[in-house]
Write a protein that binds this ligand. Structure first.
Ligand SMILES: Nc1ncnc2c1ncn2[C@@H]1O[C@H](COP(=O)(O)OP(=O)(O)OP(=O)(O)O)[C@@H](O)[C@H]1O
Length: 614
């Protein structure tokens, strides 16, 4: 969400929530008013003068604050008249009615009460001595009658009814999680029910206001309350709907951001090695980090340049190759094949640095943190070109491979689930053409191997002791055949492909041929020359626009020279690299001393490939 939209959203939210304030205020005031234990027919000002409790004891609310003046008191009772001498006189009211019986104004002390204190005492006395007194009529003066009807005991029941109405409506409003219309209908039903109860009950008949029926005066505040609740409900629903829409929009935007982030990550990882891309992605928020030069130092890195030396001559802009387009297509095919190969997990330690024209530049061992490990400084990687063997498909190599000398090695083999494996080993006796077609002719052994480790050992043993082994058939089970045909010895004739392999070497961990992974194919018809060197390098990212990850050092310069001064079809290495390779069991042939531009005279070696006779 942009800043503008955020501002828009915030201002709308503020307006929305601000619109609640008057509504809430009105609801609060109404609730307070309704909670006052009023009586029907009593105006607010009446209750300011006098109230009574259920037992008949009088108590003055705001009574003491009433200004002094002439007050006249008239006391009514249900059953008996009350005379001036505080004597209750027998009285029979008419049926169904509450009869006011006026005390004869004989006693001067009740007739005119100029002092509120005296009036108060008189009332107290009256209620103390007369349990049957039900109504006190209280005159401010003789002309305007201000009745204070005190229905002892009944008023409490009545106010409870009022409160219950309000509470029910409030509960419906607050806790019912339904649509605003359903809520409105429920609230109206509640009020109607209460209205009916008020109407049919005879409890409240004495409390009438002279102008309006008490049912209306009771019903009216609740009606207002419902209207306010309904308005509030609409507002809440509106807010909820708006929130929902905003959230939906936000989710879409978040998804877009996630997608963009993913795309950025993929793009960045295509430009930079994964660990470098991670560094930039995680530090993108801090501009200081991105402005700093990103660099890494490594002690022992294998660097290889592989080039197509005659590409410049091969490239021609004529009509046959569509003005050079076909040449470019071929180059692209070769480079893309390399790229695809490097995507495989098993080549994760090899990093493509870049292509320079028709030269492919790779480095192995560019893994940060490696040098911190014990003995890590001795670890380095070499990249070799080795020929493949005919008959291996890409998927086969995922399961099992073998090297030129016959030692078996498992690519993704160890990840194959355990089960019953059957091994059949054949010896090549017929012509190479038959090998290509039939793959094997003689079965020398059939073994049942339940463990991949055992299978692995068996393969190793077979290849070590039997140089004539030409074919291995590998069955996952008896029914579904998963053949891995390894045609040993005939690779020279049939190798139409070159495979790229890595050879990790360490001074303490010697992993020679088991790590060979023939996997990459490239047309042999395209001549190649390669140069390999190892040593310290410094890696880093340069450039603000289109940043590029690269490596620099004399190691790189020499590796480049090994390529440029090399021989077509040969892998040329420096003396130091050759020594390591030879110590690891590789055949290297000394080329002799050659002049290398910028480096003087250097002794170089050619690494013997299985298909080469040097
Ligand atoms: N990071 C790199 N990427 C590509 N090529 C490199 C890199 N570092 C060095 N080289 C190549 O290594 C070769 C040797 O470099 P060096 O600095 O020794 O000589 P130079 O005089 O700069 O090269 P040249 O004579 O080819 O112009 C050069 O051809 C250079 O292009």
């Amino acid at each position: 969400m942009g800043a503008k939209e955020l501002l828009h959203f915030s201002s709308w939210s503020i307006i929305l929530y601000a619109s609640y304030i008057p509504t809430l205020l009105a609801v609060s005031i109404l609730a307070v008013i309704c909670w006052i234990p009023s009586r029907t027919g009593l105006s607010e000002s009446d209750t300011d003068y006098i109230t009574s409790d259920a037992n008949g004891s009088a108590s003055g609310g705001e009574f003491n604050s009433v200004v002094s003046g002439n007050y006249y008191l008239r006391i009514d009772c249900r059953h008996r008249n009350f005379d001036g001498d505080n004597t209750l006189l027998p009285y029979t009211p008419p049926p169904g009615g509450f009869i006011k019986c006026t005390r004869a104004p004989a006693s001067p002390q009740y007739q005119s009460l100029s002092d509120v204190e005296v009036l108060w005492q008189a009332l107290n006395e009256t209620f103390t001595h007369s349990s049957n007194v039900s109504t006190v009529l209280f005159y401010r003066n003789r002309t305007s009658e201000m009745d204070i009807n005190m229905s002892l005991g009944v008023s409490d029941i009545f106010s409870t009814y009022m409160e219950s109405s309000i509470l029910t409506v409030a509960i419906v409003f607050i806790f019912l999680r339904v649509g605003f219309l359903v809520k409105l209908v429920s609230m109206v039903c509640v009020v109607l029910l209460h209205f009916v109860v008020y109407s049919v009950q005879n409890l409240f008949f004495p409390y009438r206001y002279d102008d309006l029926p008490y049912q209306l005066t009771t019903w009216f505040p609740i009606l207002i309350l419902i209207i306010l609740f309904h308005i509030l409900d609409r507002q809440m629903e509106f807010t909820a709907r708006t929130d929902f829409l905003w959230q939906a929009k936000l989710k879409v935007e978040q998804d877009d951001v996630e997608t963009m982030r993913g795309i950025n990550k993929i793009l960045l990882e295509n430009i930079l090695p994964a660990h470098v891309a991670q560094h930039f992605l995680h530090s993108s928020s801090s501009s200081r980090v991105t402005q700093d030069l990103y660099h890494e130092r490594y002690n022992c890195i294998g660097v290889m340049f592989a080039s197509i030396p005659n590409y410049k001559e091969f490239y021609d802009e004529n009509d046959v190759n569509k003005q050079g387009l076909e040449c470019l297509r071929l180059l692209n095919e070769i480079i893309c094949d390399f790229d695809k190969l490097l995507l495989k997990p098993k080549f994760s330690s090899i990093e493509k640095i870049k292509t320079i024209g028709s030269t492919y530049m790779l480095a192995s061992g560019l893994r940060p943190g490696l040098e911190d490990q014990p003995g890590g400084s001795n670890v380095f990687h070499l990249i070799l070109w080795i020929p493949s063997r005919t008959g291996l498909s890409e998927s086969d190599t995922d399961y099992i491979t073998s090297d030129a000398n016959g030692s078996a090695s498992g690519g993704e083999f160890n990840s194959v689930v355990s089960g019953n494996y059957y091994l059949r080993i054949g010896i090549f006796v017929t012509t190479v053409v038959i090998v290509a077609v039939c793959s094997y002719v003689t079965l020398v052994d059939v073994q049942e191997l339940q463990d991949v480790e055992v299978l692995w050992q068996a393969l190793n043993e077979t290849f070590t002791h039997s140089s004539n082994v030409s074919t291995v058939l590998f069955y996952r089970n008896r029914t579904s055949e998963m053949d891995i045909n390894m045609s040993l010895g005939v690779s020279d004739i049939f190798s139409e492909h070159y495979h790229l392999a890595i050879l990790p070497l360490a001074s303490n961990i010697f992993l020679p041929r088991q790590s060979w992974r023939p996997a990459f194919r490239i047309h042999r018809s395209v001549p190649k020359q390669r140069g390999l060197n190892h040593g310290p390098v410094i890696a880093g990212v340069i450039g603000a626009q289109k940043p590029q990850y690269d490596i620099w050092s004399n190691t790189v310069n020499v590796a480049s020279r090994m390529d440029s001064c090399g021989v077509v079809g040969r892998l040329q290495v420096t003396e130091d690299t050759a020594k390591i390779l030879m110590a690891s069991g590789y055949d290297c042939k000394c080329r002799g001393q050659i002049f290398v531009k910028g480096k003087g005279t250097l002794t170089t070696y050619f690494v013997k490939m299985p298909y080469e006779s040097i």
